[in-house]
Design a protein around this ligand. Sequence first.
Ligand code: ADE
Length: 240
Amino acid sequence: MRFDILTLFPDLFEGFLSESILSAAIASGRVTINLFNIRDWAHDRHATVDDRPFGGGPGMVLKADRVVPCVEEVQAMASPGHLVMLTPTGRVFNQRAAECFAEKQRIVLLCGRYEGFDQRISDLLSPDELSIGDFVLNGGEVAAMVVIESVIRLLPGVLGDEDSARTDSFSSGNRLLEEPVYTRPREYRGLEVPEILLSGNHQAVDAWRQEQRLLRTRQRRPDLLRGGDPGAAKDAGCPE
Ligand code: ADE
């Protein structure tokens, strides 16, 4: 699977791409990631990528005449990918969208900074506008990392079997939060591991885990038990 990231701050991705599961996925050839600096499409003397908003107001707006040619050129480098614009005004990303993205050959991620993108970027390119939650980041880079990480762990062979993503909370067919887990020591600062986990009775352990999942979900995320995601009407479904 191929990701192309369009950003003003490609260096932000350095550590992210060179560590752990993602770097192994890249080394194995299962994932390819290309970084492009939007500023390389600014041909004026000051390499301008943003300007003041028409009508006044705070902050700077990313210029359509930099971003649109950048996206078009990157898209033309291979069979065009699913274009994602990271923005707090997009529909909310979730596990279902991650599952759907994992089926795609290529995803192009457009990261903004400043006050936002000139609206004509969306008008001309019709990107899939995605938010990773109801909070505002300084830019789309961290959001792009969230999307990439949640997608690549679903690709065959990326996680070892013991880390399998199949049973993750929020995956299709599992709408429960994960149960509490424990490892050695059996007692720590007076807190004991639940006896049942030491019993060796696998059926009883499974039943306990399921009960804990239900209990946790009821306490922390009752909305999941009602069958809807928060914001289900506008969540990130499965676009073409
Ligand atoms: N850029 C700034 N805030 C964001 C968010 N919540 N999701 C995606 N991109 C963003």
